[in-house]
Design a protein around this ligand. Sequence first.
Ligand SMILES: [Zn+2]
Length: 234
Amino acid sequence: MQDVRVLHDLSSVEKARLRQLATRFIHAKTFTGTHGFQITDEMIVIIAAQAALPILKLGLEYYSGWVEVIVYQSSFQVYHEETDPSGLISRESHTLSGESWLRGPVILSWEDVEQDLHQPFQGHNVVIHEFAHKLDMLNGRSNGMPPLHPRMEIKQWTNVLSAAFDVLQQQVAHHHQTRIDAYAATTPAEFFAVVSEYFFSAPGILEQYCPDVYQQLTYFFLQDPLLRKKRRQA
Ligand SMILES: [Zn+2]
């Protein structure tokens, strides 16, 4: 677990809690390598430890309703069949580093998980991305809004996140350079997953460019990774 960069700033109390959560997560889920890929215990621990980070203060029940984690050796192809109004069926293929299904499995590419460990690109973490989708889908839809806590205001969440999403979409449309990965401009669900990656792996960037979004995420995750980083560096 010491190799996992995104966990470095946790206090010893938080690390103990994370270990406990990750262990319970490993018992509750199944981990399957696919297409002949042999998944090791070490890989399972690395995935579980990162998956436990977003739910550190929320609890394992936030990952209920599904059991399977499927791991590919590297990025994988998915095919979508689409029928246009004239009845023409086209088959589109995408290469993915991860995928999350509503009430279904989380799918990860080990090569991408590993890349986040050894060549951490600021703000990129495929495990946190896919598990953020799981939190988003807890209320039955993938719409960028996980079930908010009673004291949070839905209207405030929606206003803050949609305003930031709109700004990003405008920047992408005008070919401006974006400080947050432009992939976040795809849909509100991808926006939530991407800002969650930044929140945990590069909180300073998110706080600088989307301070209101950062604040809303502290209310939802019940964590403040930037404060944690500052405390550790103090
Ligand atoms: Zn996604």
